[in-house]
Design a protein around this ligand. Structure first.
Ligand code: SAM
Length: 210
């Protein structure tokens, strides 16, 4: 879903910086090999993430929902030498693409992929993150907000995709819309967060933990 007029969205994308060579190749191979390539977060979200990593100076990043690796690579590309990004995915099928790219330098030394259910894995993870990007398992968004908050350092950023869920958050006409809306409410009521929802693509929240 894209809330912007298609011509404006096209214009905005054409004036957004392009991905590096290897990430462009990942995009091509994803289109070639994957049925649900629309799951990929895309250039505007990808560049936003990349800029947020750089502006915030994030060193330790968590990416929830690898798919073929686009958001992970966009962020890891600008991590410092000693930075690391952990990405979680439960569908083995997508590894036929992500393995090809995450094994290439510099990503091989910066990205660690964990296979399994993110909601079970995250509570067992040690240490805090500077930035967390959530882009998986919408039905459980309220639970991810609760668990990710405990894994974010003070001042850290939590970026969440699809927070307008195709506009259905307005009347909550399906279960996923209800879950996304519930999380949006939890965030609004939380005195420990400050946030903005940008109607970029399917809606993106940028939240800072106070
Ligand atoms: C929208 S895609 C992620 C797109 C990716 N961030 C990108 O920019 O290309 C969501 C991914 O999350 C995965 N996923 C869904 N539920 C999950 C769960 N509970 N644990 C781990 N991965 C999950 C899906 O298999 C899918 O690959």
């Amino acid at each position: 879903m894209n809330f912007t007029d298609s011509k404006i969205a096209e214009y905005a994308e054409s004036f957004t910086s392009e991905e590096s060579g290897l990430i462009q190749r990942l995009l091509e191979v994803s289109v070639e090999k994957m049925e649900h390539v629309d799951m990929l977060s895309g250039r505007q979200v990808g560049m936003l993430l990349r800029l947020l990593v750089q502006i915030s100076g994030a060193k330790r990043v968590l990416d929830i929902g690898t798919f073929t690796g686009y958001s992970a690579m966009m962020m890891a590309d600008v991590l410092p030498e000693d930075g690391e990004l952990i990405t979680i995915e439960f569908n083995e099928h997508y590894r036929q693409v992500s393995d090809l790219f995450l094994s290439e330098p510099p990503f091989d030394k910066r990205i660690y992929q964990i296979m399994g259910n993110a909601l079970e894995i995250i509570p067992r993870m040690e240490g805090d993150f500077d930035l967390i990007f959530l882009d998986a398992d919408k039905i459980n968004y309220p639970k991810y907000f609760q668990v990710c908050k405990t894994k974010l350092r003070k001042g850290g950023l939590f970026v969440i995709d699809n927070v307008l869920w195709g506009g259905k958050v307005i009347d909550q006409s399906d279960e996923k819309a209800k879950a996304v809306h519930k999380m949006n409410e939890m965030i609004r009521e939380d005195p420990q967060t400050e946030q903005v929802i940008l109607p970029v693509r399917d809606g993106i929240t940028i939240l800072r933990l106070k």
